[in-house]
Design a protein around this ligand. Sequence first.
Ligand code: ADP
Length: 403
Amino acid sequence: MKILVINAGSSSLKYQLYDMTDESVLAAGRVERIGMDSSILVHEPHHTEEITEVSEILDHTTAIRKVLDKLTDAEVGVLKSTGEIDAVGHRVVHGGESFKNSVLVDSEVKSEIRRLFDLAPLHNPAHMMGIKAVEANMPNVPQSVVFDTAFHQTMPEKAYMYAIPKVLYKKHKIRRYGFHGTSHDYVSKRAAELMDRPIEELKIITCHIGNGASLTAVDGGISVDTSMGMTPLEGLMMGTRSGDLDPAVVPFTMMKEDLTVNEVNSMLNKHSGLLAISGVSSDMREITDGMEAGEPNSTLAFEMYTYRMRKYIGSYAAAMDGVDAIVFTAGVGENSVVIRQHVCEKLTFLGVEIDRELNKVRSKEPRRISTPNSKVDVFVIPTNEELMIARDTYRLVQQSKQS
Ligand code: ADP
């Protein structure tokens, strides 16, 4: 069975084509600048060099058509015809309380995703465009949706409720949802495999730190708490997002600076975090370079970032009454030796001990970086959300064939 995985954004679209017989990636790629002049399609077939093509791609339907053309192209294609694609799996950011698991797309599912536009105005409408674009190009192919929020639907009420008037939860569903769920789910399961122990008996803290960043407490294989909230703004300090702050800062700043709702939203989401404190960049590589060169603003940004991570790890160890493993993943977590070292070397109270040499190893493979004496296993595990989406889609399609 061949499955196309799509991650549609408002002006971009990423894809990966899987052969589920051995879970190999036949081709991957992305379309950027959809709806703008000079849209870019980058296609990376497994058997030959990647190609980049600039053309006019005005909407998602055209983008999908161009992707299908590339996948079936005589030279750079990997399929004889689009008929070989058995199903399409989509990443969807917000599933609200309606979706606790991945599902096959039908008209009810589409209506529900539309109802959730309010909760994820930047993401869900773009995902819906992706679903419609596939429908337009391949009307009979089953599609599934895999939600970033679904893994966290196991959180208990005490973790997901905010201490504000309950009517706001009843009327508007204001609560913690959490994100990056597919990634937290994947890396926690991989950690249990690497430890050769059933996940049901493990307490794992997963640190997905990329541009966006979240930590999750995974107890017995299920998410019991996570740092992102109703939106991906809460929690850790991120590239351009503030993470946690006193909520009173928002009305106070709006009043003092005469800001609108959109302006304050933009400030907290796009002009805060590492970028605001360093004054240089939202990219951890540049922050680390600045710190190593003794630049004070980058040093402060780095220290705030790692300090906040340690506080979250400590609080999740307390929430679960223990921790067996800590996992680092995503752009910063997989690549930054110095972030892992700074976070882990001040967790001695938990008995964390990392091996500095193992921590320096660069590899695409999952690996343990803690010493044999460490009371907590520490891993670097490259995330693979696309594979999880392909697996869920495969399972759902198989199930639907049997029923
Ligand atoms: P996204 O949240 O957009 O999916 P990624 O998980 O791809 O992001 O992470 C991207 C971030 O990873 C970059 O902004 C950069 O800060 C960070 N990053 C990538 N490589 C390194 C590295 N070698 N050292 C530190 N940070 C890195």
